[in-house]
Ligand binder design. Structure first.
Ligand SMILES: *Cc1c(COP(=O)(O)O)cnc(C)c1O
Length: 376
């Protein structure tokens, strides 16, 4: 079984364009740990850079763009919901690498057209990304294959047109789920285990927020390869039901792709499948709709340790972790790392996306006493 350093050595043979600052920080959440009697750590992919606001897609982008540059690609077209974290990070990465970024963004018809640029969309516009909007029915287009085909079709038509003009175009699917990228988060795993080791900590659990299935495959492959005993727990922000666009079989397949990229013999499907533990109880009403638990988790973490998680992904993920700690699914005395995958730009979205993060339980009373006058 390869050790951490050997695994890193194998990954180092793959094409990679450096974009972020790695290793990302890893630190203990002192106050939350004291409160719950569990040692909480945080792996800060949200601080990957190079922009102030970043996330887990930047690591994927380093490998996808590394290969793209070798292939002579000059334009990247990628796609997501209009508030996509991934899209913004791919625009950033493309700019760093001198590649032209083009975004295809979906918006639920109920939301109407964009009234003002906020959050990730604002950042992508500052970077001058050519942006195309597509109207969908429902917040998440991937509920329907027809919708998905329409969006992929629009990107492919655009790519074909650019190609006739002499450009070389790479289409990166939603969330950066391109096969070149899955290996990237093997390094998230090795970094995390090494950083925990430097603090003389052996991790029992790694929690993360699961969506488009890009961070887990690399991390799981690395865990299986190194034989580490840590357990992965994923908190989903979209459905992982069997047969849906995203499910455990897709993850198993991508884990095998990571083994393949490293020229190693894969674990059996069953072995991989058994490592996948996904909690779908924290999705809330829908994708990009704030949940009560997510909002509470954002506030609790910021208040206790000054770390910001976001409303669409990491707030819901952290809510899942806190629930597991409170209900004993994470035993007292355990050491747990939460992978902070980003999403902070979405704290600056419209209130319907952010949720009621400024409310406190005593707010109405306090407002009254402070103002000294009856409420409106
Ligand atoms: C994309 C994203 C996720 C989901 O990640 P996957 O690893 O693709 O499942 C989680 N959190 C944030 C902030 C993201 O941008």
């Amino acid at each position: 079984m390869p050790q951490l350093a050997e695994l890193e050595h194998l990954v180092a043979k793959l094409p990679r364009r450096r974009i972020g600052f790695y290793p990302t920080p890893f630190h203990k959440l002192e106050n939350l740990s004291r409160l719950y009697g569990v040692s909480f750590f945080m792996k800060r992919e949200d601080m990957a850079g190079p922009g102030t606001i970043s996330g887990s897609k930047t690591r994927l982008a380093e490998f996808i763009i590394g290969q793209a540059l070798k292939d002579g690609v000059d334009t990247i077209i990628t796609q997501g919901a209009y508030l996509t974290n991934s899209g913004m990070q791919f625009v950033t990465a493309a700019r760093v690498a001198g590649i032209t970024p083009i975004l295809y963004l979906t918006r639920d018809e109920r939301q109407g057209s964009v009234a003002e640029y906020r959050g990730n969309l604002l950042l992508s516009q500052i970077m001058g990304a050519e942006t195309h909007f597509l109207t969908t029915v429902g917040a998440a287009y991937w509920n329907s294959t027809d919708e998905k085909d329409r969006i992929v079709g629009a990107m492919e038509a655009h790519a074909a047109k650019l190609q006739t003009e002499g450009h070389k175009v790479l289409i990166v699917p939603t969330g950066g789920a391109h096969p070149y990228g899955f290996v990237a988060h093997a390094l998230t795993f090795t970094e995390m285990i090494e950083q925990a080791g430097a603090l003389e900590v052996e991790l029992d659990y790694i929690y993360h927020t699961a969506g488009t299935g890009t961070a887990l495959p690399g991390m799981l492959a690395a865990k299986l390869l190194t034989g580490h005993r840590v357990k992965f727990r994923s908190v989903a922000i979209n459905s992982y039901r069997p047969g849906g666009w995203m499910n455990k079989d897709v993850i198993v397949d991508r884990v095998k792709q990571v083994f393949q990229a490293l020229n190693l013999r894969p674990s059996s499907d069953e072995e991989i499948y058994n490592e996948i533990d996904i909690d779908e109880r924290f999705i809330g009403e829908d994708y990009a709709v704030p949940s009560v638990e997510g909002t509470a988790a954002i506030k609790e973490l910021a208040t206790s340790d000054g770390v910001f998680v976001g409303p669409i992904y990491t707030g819901k993920g952290f809510a899942g972790l806190l629930d597991h700690v409170r209900t004993g699914r994470v035993e007292k005395g355990s050491s747990v790392a939460f992978l902070h995958t980003g999403d902070t730009a979405n704290l600056f979205e419209v209130s319907g996306v952010v949720g009621d993060v400024t409310a406190t339980s005593q707010a109405p009373h306090r407002r009254e006493t402070r103002a000294g006058t009856p409420g409106p």
